[in-house]
Ligand binder design. Structure first.
Ligand SMILES: Nc1nc2c(ncn2[C@@H]2O[C@H](COP(=O)(O)OP(=O)(O)OP(=O)(O)O)[C@@H](O)[C@H]2O)c(=O)[nH]1
Ligand SMILES: [Mg+2]
Length: 383
C-alpha cells in the first residue's frame, strides 16, 4: 500500500458514506411523501369502482353504515333506470309482451317517467319482477349493446326482492355494482404497508377519480400536477357498444383515442402509466355468447393469423391480446413532439382486471404498488 492511499482511503470512505446517507434520505423523503395516483379513462370504464375497492381494501371499516344507507337510493335509481329503458326499447323494437298483464305492468312503470320512486313498494317490486321475467324484455336485454343500459341492470333486477326487504343494508358487492356518473373530482386517501426491506412502516396513497364522459374531461388537467402514476381504465367488454354521449362512436375506439392522448400528453411525460384492461368478465360472457370483436374491428382477422399461427389460442385469449396489442401499438407510435423527454423510452404496464371483484383488485393493486416502489427506487438511483 502506498503512503498516499492511507490518506485517500478514509476520505473516499466518508464520501461514499455521505452519498449513501444522501440516497437513504432521498428514499425516506420519497416514501414519506404521499403517492398520488390519477384514474383516467372513458365513461363507465370502472374508475369509481376502483376507488370503492380501495376504500374496502385499505380504509379501516370501509363504508360506514350511513354511506351504505345513502347508496340505497342510488340502487333504486339503477333499478328504475334499467327497467324503464328496457321497456322503452321493447316498445321501440316492436316486441310483443307475453301477456296483457305483463303489458299492463310495463305501462304502469312507463307512466312513472324517468324519476325513480323514493322507496320500493310491494306493488312496484311485483311490477318490475313481472316485466323482468317477460320474454320480450329478455330478448331486449340480450340486444342491450344496441342502446344504453347500465352494466348493473341484471345484477339489481335479479335482486330486487331482497333489496326491498325492510332494513336492507347494501353489501360491498351492491356498492361495487351500483352506478353513478362521476361529475367532479373525488379523492380517497389510504395507507399501505411498506416491505421490511424498505424499513417497514406505511406509505400514504392519494387516489383521484374524475368523470370520464367527454363533457367532464376538461377537468382532468386540474389534477395532473404531482401525479406519480396514471391508472388508465379500458372497458374491454364494451367492444360492441357505442358511447352514451355520442351514439355514433364505438366505446373501444374512443378508449384507444383517449389512451393515445394520455400517452402523448406532455404534462404526463414523466408519469408512470399502468393500464387496467377492465371488464374481463363481460368480455368473456360476450365471447361465450358468440359475439366477435371482428364485427367492429375487421383487422382482428389478420391479427388471429399473426399472433397464433397454430390456431391454438382460444377466442377469449386472442381477443384480450388483440385489445392489448392496439395499446402497445399506440405506445410504439412516433411521438408528436421531438423533445428529449418524448424520445426517452417509457414503459407502460398492463393488467387484465375485473374491477367489481375485490380479490382480483387486491392482487392487481399489490403489483401496482410494487411497480411504484420500483419506480421510486429507480428515480433515486437504487434500481
Ligand atoms: N361486470 C363488471 N362491471 C364493472 C366492472 N368494472 C366496473 N363495472 C361496473 O360498470 C359501471 C361503471 O363503472 P364506474 O366505476 O362507475 O365507471 P367510471 O369509469 O367511474 O365512469 P364515469 O364516472 O362516468 O367516468 C358500474 O356499474 C360498475 O359496477 C367489471 O370489471 N365488471
Ligand atoms: Mg366514475
Amino acid at each position: 500500500m502506498l503512503l498516499k492511499d492511507c490518506f485517500r482511503r478514509p476520505s473516499e470512505e466518508i464520501v461514499r458514506r455521505k452519498q449513501l446517507e444522501k440516497r437513504l434520505t432521498q428514499i425516506n423523503q420519497k416514501f414519506a411523501n404521499s403517492v398520488k395516483i390519477l384514474l383516467l379513462g372513458a365513461g363507465e370504464s370502472g374508475k369509481t369502482t376502483i376507488i370503492k375497492q380501495m376504500k374496502i381494501l385499505h380504509v379501516q371499516n370501509g363504508f360506514s353504515f350511513d354511506e351504505r344507507l345513502d347508496k340505497l337510493h342510488d340502487i333504486i335509481e339503477n333499478i328504475h333506470e334499467s327497467i324503464f329503458e328496457l321497456i322503452r326499447q321493447v316498445v321501440l323494437m316492436n316486441l310483443p309482451f307475453d301477456s296483457k298483464e305483463n303489458c299492463r305492468c310495463a305501462e304502469e312503470i312507463l307512466k312513472m317517467g324517468k324519476q325513480a320512486p323514493w322507496f320500493l313498494s310491494m306493488e312496484y317490486v311485483q311490477q318490475v319482477r313481472t316485466v323482468w321475467a317477460d320474454s320480450a324484455v329478455k330478448t331486449c336485454y340480450k340486444r342491450s349493446n344496441e342502446f344504453q343500459l347500465i352494466d348493473s341492470a341484471k345484477y339489481f333486477l335479479d335482486r330486487i326482492e331482497k333489496i326491498s326487504m325492510p332494513g336492507y343494508i347494501p353489501s360491498n358487492l351492491d356498492i361495487l355494482n351500483c352506478r353513478k356518473t362521476t361529475t367532479g373530482i373525488q379523492e380517497v386517501s389510504f395507507h399501505v404497508k411498506l416491505p421490511k426491506s424498505l424499513g417497514g412502516g406505511s406509505q400514504e396513497f392519494r387516489m383521484f377519480d374524475v368523470g370520464g364522459q367527454r363533457s367532464h374531461r376538461t377537468k382532468w388537467m386540474q389534477v395532473f400536477e404531482g401525479i406519480e402514476a396514471v391508472l388508465f381504465m379500458i372497458a374491454c367488454g364494451s367492444f360492441d357498444q357505442t358511447l352514451r354521449e355520442d351514439p355514433k362512436q364505438n366505446r373501444l375506439v374512443e378508449a384507444f383515442e383517449l389512451f393515445r392522448g394520455v400517452w402523448h400528453n406532455r404534462f404526463l411525460a414523466e408519469t408512470g402509466l399502468i393500464v387496467f384492461l377492465n371488464k374481463q368478465d363481460i368480455l368473456e360472457q360476450k365471447i361465450l355468447s358468440g359475439k366477435s370483436i371482428k364485427d367492429y374491428f375487421p383487422e382482428y382477422e389478420e391479427y388471429v393469423l399473426a399472433a397464433d399461427s397454430d390456431n391454438l389460442c382460444d377466442e377469449l385469449t386472442r381477443t384480450r391480446s388483440f385489445i392489448k396489442s392496439k395499446l402497445v401499438d399506440i405506445t410504439n407510435e412516433t411521438p408528436r413532439r421531438t423533445s428529449l423527454l418524448a424520445q426517452r423510452k417509457r414503459t407502460c404496464y398492463y393488467h387484465f382486471t375485473v374491477a367489481t371483484d375485490t380479490n382480483n383488485v387486491r392482487m392487481v393493486f399489490n403489483d401496482v404498488h410494487n411497480i411504484i416502489l420500483a419506480r421510486n427506487l429507480h428515480n433515486v438511483g437504487i434500481l
